[in-house]
Ligand binder design. Sequence first.
Ligand code: SF4
Ligand code: SF4
Length: 483
Amino acid sequence: MAVFHGNRAWVYPLKVKGRFSGWHRWSSLALLLFLLVVPWLRWDGKPVFLLEITTRTFFLLGSIFTATDGILILLTLLSAAFMLFFFTSLFGRLWCGYFCPQSVFMLNLAFPVEEWIEGERGQRMRRNQGPWVWDKIWRKGLKWSIYAVLGLIISMSFMGFFVNAHDVWTFNLGTTGFFFLGLFSALWFLDMAWYREQTCNYICPYARFQGALTDDESLVIAYETVRGEPRGKAAKERGGCIDCKRCVAVCPQGIDIRDGYQLECIACGLCIDACTDVMERLGHPTLVKYTTIAADEGRVVHWIRPRTIAYSTLLTLLVGGFTYVFSHHAAIEVLVDRVPGMLFIEDQDGFVRNMYMVKVLDRTAAAGEHDYDVTVDGLPEGSQVLATKISVNSTEQVSVPLIVRVPRAVADETIKVRVTVHGPHIDVGQDTTFKGPGVEIEHHEEHEAPRHEAAEHGDDKPVENRTAPAIPAVAPTEHEGEQ
Ligand code: SF4
Ligand code: SF4
């Protein structure tokens, strides 16, 4: 087994052709297309998928989520985690073998480039053990240069999911952006040039905790010991394995699957292709195959079992929760708060004034500035609503003061009202209250000193009710009472 340092046994994977290596080419192509194309796709002028770090904004299929949408981000992450748990409990490490960028790029980019420049397995072994002559220097130099370019391209594709793709590919990045691009490119270069299988064996945590996710009925790659042993080339009393070691030579992880199931195995299936090729020439089926430990021991394999039921139930609940929240996710978010420190002000022109702050967060996908109207329903007749227009840029949040004036004669202590923000395509409302001195109070207190009102929101400190001149600065918008 390969070790991390010092006496590391360098792995020289042998090229193999077969059903599973063909599947690898398709999964590699799909992953490359996904990485290179998806960051450029647009939906109503916005990215189809972009988790923009700088603005803490998440664009998904025309919807925009901000830092206030923590529940959706949490549900997304939990759904992804349980999808992986469920998938692993059924199919073992198929993710590692066919979809993980590390193994996909290693098998279909790094190794083919190496073979193209340095030759087939035997040539590579001899050259590596030989001195640093010119032939070795230029081949290594060319290979590492290509790895550096590939590392840069992969990193730029990857960053396109977190920073605007156009900015990434035109290098319109700030210092932080260049730092991360350099860091990711360097890591990919080191991964392809040096770490390789050790990334899976020592750095990736998935191999470690998969033991807790799988059981005897999960899919693994296994060698058929009963049919294969005793191995050897001798004609007499030998099993099916001719000990050709092709399954070992093709393994990108450098392990011998005949030693039994090992954590280093990424379930890529290349040893199956190798053994299938050897065994077919001898007229026998492959000795290495996708199977389960239970099936190997002659037991019935249950796809539906407590573990898979638990994972699938939780996954269904999480996806259902995500779908519900996503479908009820408003394109604009509105928050109406009373201005702290006062309940109401009596204006000298016979009106009672309440002041609010209206926050509007615009999540609509269309770029540019959008105009919103604000109305207040539930006010008595003759009331006035001031500052009823709000302009907000897409993905921005704007706070504007909202002033509501109710004639003193009908300014009850509490009037239930609803503030509604009307957008280009959607209206969002919030219930609140208008506070006044009270209708009866007006008659028997008209000669008394101004009252004191307790502050709202549980603040025990009394706040003086003030009188103020009328508000000429903003032209009042007449609002017809609806109650
Ligand atoms: S043992 Fe077979 S399936 Fe496992 S990593 Fe090696 S080649 Fe791939
Ligand atoms: S490829 Fe098949 S026959 Fe050859 S060593 Fe591996 S298991 Fe044995």
